[in-house]
Design a protein around this ligand. Sequence first.
Ligand code: NAP
Length: 258
Amino acid sequence: MQSVKNKLVLITGATAGIGKACATLFAQNGANLILLARRENLLIELQLKLQSEYNVVVIPLVCDIRNAHEVKKSFNSLSEENKKIDILINNAGMARGIDKLQDGLIENWDEMIDTNLKGLLYITREVLPYMIEFKKETAHIINLGSTAAHDVYPGGNVYCATKFAVKAITKSLRMELLEHYIKVSTVDPGMVETDFSYVRFPDDSTKAKNVYSGLTPLVAEDIAETILFCATRPKHVNINELVITPTAQASSNFINKK
Ligand code: NAP
């Protein structure tokens, strides 16, 4: 088993849910962090908390991952030393609506594609040259996929497409980085109770809450532990893909609700 102590970990989407749980768990385990998200106040609050509780370095990067120019500018604001990321956790992501395609809103499609797919590409594009030059044989990229990358459902058209795309990028990246011994993994959760459904249904908090009613969903910490597990395997072990659901969920739409 490897330790993440003193490793430099960049986590996207660190202000809430899975990203925030990862930030906390990796800090507990001694990792230094670069935390990326849009909500500056939440980033600063988390930075101060983790620095004081765990005595690690935490650098906030306030940035909208959908904007290629902003991503480049934010990454370039880091010192040369802090650009040498050991572990990149591509977590920022979201869903909007659950409309059939004929009813879909183009702005929702754009938001999902720009965040989940293009945003992941933009930040990875910045980080990778430094990983290849300075972190050969040790670096690791961990993408947040979803069971929606394996299993579609009505109304999941564009969200599922973005997560299928994350799976495709993960697989081809693993091939491209093989010569550098850089690990690439995807962690693919089912239902995790976070802000995710509230973002998906911003005008209907009852609908958002009902997604998780009648079952015990995963919590963000379950996924953070899984991601830490992937990041701490011995040097010769790469977890390619890890699918994790609540016990009450067998597929996207096959759920045992009481
Ligand atoms: P969440 O609680 O809503 O958190 C999403 C995070 O992403 C927030 O920190 C948000 O920060 C950040 N983010 C969203 N848009 C962004 C943007 N344009 N630029 C920068 N940061 C952005 O959701 P979550 O459940 O933790 O989801 C995390 C990942 O897990 C996503 O990729 C999601 O698709 C995946 N996932 C979730 C579930 C689930 O059931 N929850 C299941 C499978 C997969 P700001 O708003 O501050 O920018």
